[in-house]
Every structure is written in C-alpha cells, then in structure tokens.
Design a binder for this molecule. Structure first.
Ligand code: ADP
Ligand code: MG
Length: 264
C-alpha cells in the first residue's frame, strides 16, 4: 500500500460520516477487498457500495415509519382470519393492502361494526401494508387525538397541530364513536376532517354507523357536513358479524367442557 492510499484510507471513515453514508462506512473495506481480488472495474465497485447504502436506507426508513406509527403489535393481514367474517371479502381487503392508489388519492376508509369484530386489527393491518409500500401512518385512539388537538386549540395552535399530522398519509382514528359529548363541543375532529378532505386519508373505525354520530359533533349541521366530506371519497366496510373475541372465548370454553366431559 503506498502513502496516498494509507492517507485516503485513514480519511475515509470521517468523510463517510460527514456524508452520512453509514452502510458504505461499514462495508467499504470488505467490498474493496473483493474488488481488488476480482479486479472489478471502479464503476462496479462504486455501484455496489451505493446500492447497499440505498437498500439499507430504505430499510431504516421503513423501520422508523413503523416505530412512529404506533400500530398495535402483531395485527397484520396474514394473522387475520377472513373465514371468521363473511360481510367483507378477503379479495377486497387484499386489494386495498396491495394497491396504494386509494391512499395516493386521499380516499378514506370507514370500518363499521360492533366491538370485537376485528376493526382495529384490520386498520392496523392496512397500516402495516402502507408502511411497507413506503407511506407514513399514525394509529391513534380518537379520544387521545381529540385531547391532543383540544390542548393545541387552547394554545391557539390547532392549525399547526393539524398541519403536523399532514406528514401521515394515513391517519387512523380508532373508535371514533367513543368521543364524548364534552369533547365534541370543541369540534376539533371536524377541523381535522375538513383539513384532510380530498388530500390525505383517514381510516376511521366506529361501533356506530352514521345515525349515531350526533354525539361526536357539537351540532347536527356539523355532523352532516363531516359525514358528507368523509364519505365523498370513501370505501365503507361493514363488519357485521359476531365478536371474534367472544367467539374465540366460546370456542375455548366449548373445547374445555368437551375435554372435561371426556375426562369424566
Ligand atoms: P374491534 O376493534 O372491532 O373491537 P379488534 O380488532 O380489537 O376488534 O379484535 C378483537 C381481538 O380479536 C383482537 O385481538 C384481534 O386481533 C382479534 N380478531 C378479531 N377478528 C379477527 C379475525 N378475523 N382474525 C383474527 N383475529 C381477529
Ligand atoms: Mg377496536
């Protein structure tokens, strides 16, 4: 190794840190060795290093997006049992998970159904799929988000708070119908819906279909206006089956009593 080479080599880690190329910093020695041994053209060596950097950068980005999304753990599409629910088709949900055009257009998804049918699970599963596709997602309980936005409104920073949510292509409002009358009075949810209208998707889950939404907004006119904006570009999935939670508990009980019957 000549002197210039040693000097270049010594400077490399610093240069790569300055350029924020951690993967190249980690791999350049091994790749350079291979390149020397196999007499790679310089361009091939350079391309190999850059491709590694790009690939890991994408991985790091996805990992960051997954962390910030606060999705409930383990609720992915492959863990969702479509045989348990007849009112929505696997093909339809799979198409939503695999195609992101609805998200790119700011289409909303509304998931209705009684407690325990798998609304939150499906919302999280779609969130996972969109993060894998490179989008940013935030999963929130609606009551928490309302609290956060109300606090912002008190500080006269509601517009800024809503703008900050813009970076999330998909915002999950889980359990919209749990918003209480006292929370409804400030109408922050309406502001949020209006701000995202035709630009950014909302995925809303609710136990109650529209008929019971008067409790969520301060007055009936606002309820109508909110529903109007939400459904204008939306996909509505109604999950009207029995609670999966209760069914699986019942299966366990049945199995247990069957076992007990066998035991006696
Ligand atoms: P909801 O939000 O409608 O009240 P959840 O999504 O929280 O219901 O579902 C309740 C529990 O049952 C969760 O642990 C969820 O993972 C599970 N679950 C519900 N439906 C299904 C399903 N079709 N396949 C697998 N697990 C399910
Ligand atoms: Mg839920």
């Amino acid at each position: 190794m000549n002197d210039t080479m040693t000097i270049d080599t010594a400077r490399l880690p610093m240069l790569l840190t300055q350029l924020r190329l951690p993967t190249v910093a980690r791999l350049w020695q091994a790749i350079a060795e291979t390149a020397d041994r196999e007499s790679w053209p310089a361009a091939k060596t350079l391309a190999a290093l850059m491709e590694h950097e790009i690939a890991e950068r994408a991985q790091r980005r996805t990992a960051r997006h997954l962390l910030e999304a606060r999705l409930p753990a383990g609720k992915t599409l492959d863990r969702f049992d479509f045989t348990a629910i007849t009112s929505i088709s696997k093909a339809r949900v799979t198409a939503l998970a695999e195609g992101d055009s609805w998200l790119a257009r700011g289409t909303n998804i509304l998931l209705f159904g009684p407690p325990g049918v798998g609304k939150s699970h499906l919302a999280a599963a779609l969130g996972h799929a969109m993060i894998d596709a490179g989008y940013r997602v935030l999963f929130t309980r609606t009551t928490d988000l309302v609290q956060h936005l109300q606090a912002a409104r008190q500080d006269l920073k509601l517009a800024t708070a809503i703008e900050k949510l813009d970076k999330y292509h998909m915002l999950v409002l889980d359990d919209l119908s749990y918003v209480q009358k006292s929370q409804a009075e400030t109408s922050v949810i309406f502001e949020l819906i209006s701000a995202r209208y035709e630009r950014r998707s909302l995925l809303i889950t609710a136990n109650q279909p529209f008929g019971a939404w008067d409790a969520i907004f301060p007055d009936p006119a606002m309820t109508v206006a909110a529903i109007d904006r939400l459904v204008h570009h939306s996909i509505i999935l109604e999950m009207n089956t029995d609670s999966y939670r209760r069914k699986s508990a019942e299966t366990k009980v049945t199995k247990k009593s069957a076992n007990e019957a066998n035991d006696s």
